[in-house]
Design a protein around this ligand. Structure first.
Ligand SMILES: Nc1ncnc2c1ncn2[C@@H]1O[C@H](COP(=O)(O)OP(=O)(O)OP(=O)(O)O)[C@@H](O)[C@H]1O
Length: 309
């Protein structure tokens, strides 16, 4: 019998610390993900994403703190959790001498659940019998990744944990993957997805957590990040005089290119900025939202203590 996800949060991590000897993987990390969320987990290399995911699925035992997946302890209750959990590791290790079919069957045995979605997923991810009958040794990287996705979803789990899922997938397969995520969301499944690919997170996730140096920097909705992102003001001067002082607007680090200048201004300061700038002989003007990427990079930087004074 499957554990019932509601009303407990699908993921509940409190004060999680994982040390590898002297190395800190994550430190006092708190995170709650409600059932039905598609949640992004972002952070630079070595930030602690994989460590957190491995603690969540019971592959690693926390040094301190508590982790609950679907209300269960991932280590102590592993057998009860396995049928309701799908996991795609970042570095997928498969037995090279097994065929694709054999691999999926073996992993289903470990999941301890029937696999109602296997055939449909293989078809949608373009893994025909001619491929599944071959040994994994002969698979390309993308084929292995597709097999990884099939095994993570084949038993239609309530909680899906994906570590860099689109690595190695071609754009067509990525589209299929995004469709699968949208369907998972519509069906009320919970997805935790770690990624470096910001547009992917923007497209698929409702909320994101950003980690850095083993610590949680922020948890935000993607909509809030979008709203908070800077506006890019682009001005063109037509007098051929090039770079000139911009008065008050100098604070927004103008970047010059001939007679054109760009400034990144916080959303609530745009009107102020324009008031000063339009006193200058401006020939053309554009204001647009800066990319979400810039909003994320800002958050990465906020967490960076920078060089010592
Ligand atoms: N098995 C291990 N033994 C020792 N240190 C480890 C081990 N696994 C991870 N670490 C360390 O823990 C920290 C967090 O690593 P982790 O793999 O969780 O980061 P990540 O955010 O997943 O990084 P990436 O984006 O590069 O995959 C790093 O400093 C890493 O060196």
């Amino acid at each position: 019998m499957r554990p019932v996800p509601a009303p407990v949060p699908a993921i509940e991590i409190s004060s999680l610390t994982k040390r590898y000897g002297p190395t800190v993987g994550v430190e006092r990390l708190d995170l709650t993900v409600a059932a039905g969320e598609v949640f992004g987990f972002l952070g630079p290399n070595g930030a602690g994403k994989t460590t957190t995911l491995r603690c969540l699925i019971g592959l690693l035992r926390p040094t301190e703190g508590q982790v609950r997946a679907l209300g269960l302890d991932p280590v102590a209750d592993h057998r009860r959790l396995a049928p309701a959990l799908g996991y795609l590791p970042g570095e997928l290790r498969l037995y090279p001498e097994l065929t694709g079919h054999q691999t999926l069957r073996l992993l289903a045995d470990l999941q301890g659940a029937p696999t109602p979605r296997r055939a449909e997923l293989c078809e949608r991810l373009a893994l025909p019998d001619s491929v599944l009958g071959r040994t994994v040794r002969e698979y390309s990287r993308g084929m292995k990744q597709k097999l990884g996705l099939v095994q993570a979803l084949q038993h239609d789990p309530d909680l899906v944990v994906l570590d860099e899922p689109t690595e190695g997938l071609d754009p067509l397969v990525q589209e299929t993957f995004f469709e699968l995520l949208a369907e998972a969301r519509a069906a009320g499944r919970t997805v935790l997805l770690s990624s470096h690919v910001l547009p992917e997170v923007q497209r698929t996730c409702g909320r994101v957590a950003i980690v850095r140096d083993g610590k949680l920097v922020t948890v935000e909705s993607v909509a809030a990040l979008r709203e908070a992102r800077a506006r890019r003001i682009r001005l063109t001067f037509a007098d051929g005089l090039g770079q000139r002082p911009l008065g008050e607007a100098e604070r927004w680090s103008p970047r010059w290119d001939g007679d054109q200048v760009e400034l990144l201004v916080p959303p609530r300061r745009v009107v102020d900025a324009l008031r000063g700038l339009l006193a200058l002989p401006v020939a053309d003007l554009a204001v647009e939202e800066a990319g979400l990427e810039e909003a994320f990079l800002d958050l990465y930087r906020q967490a960076d203590p920078g060089p010592p004074p």
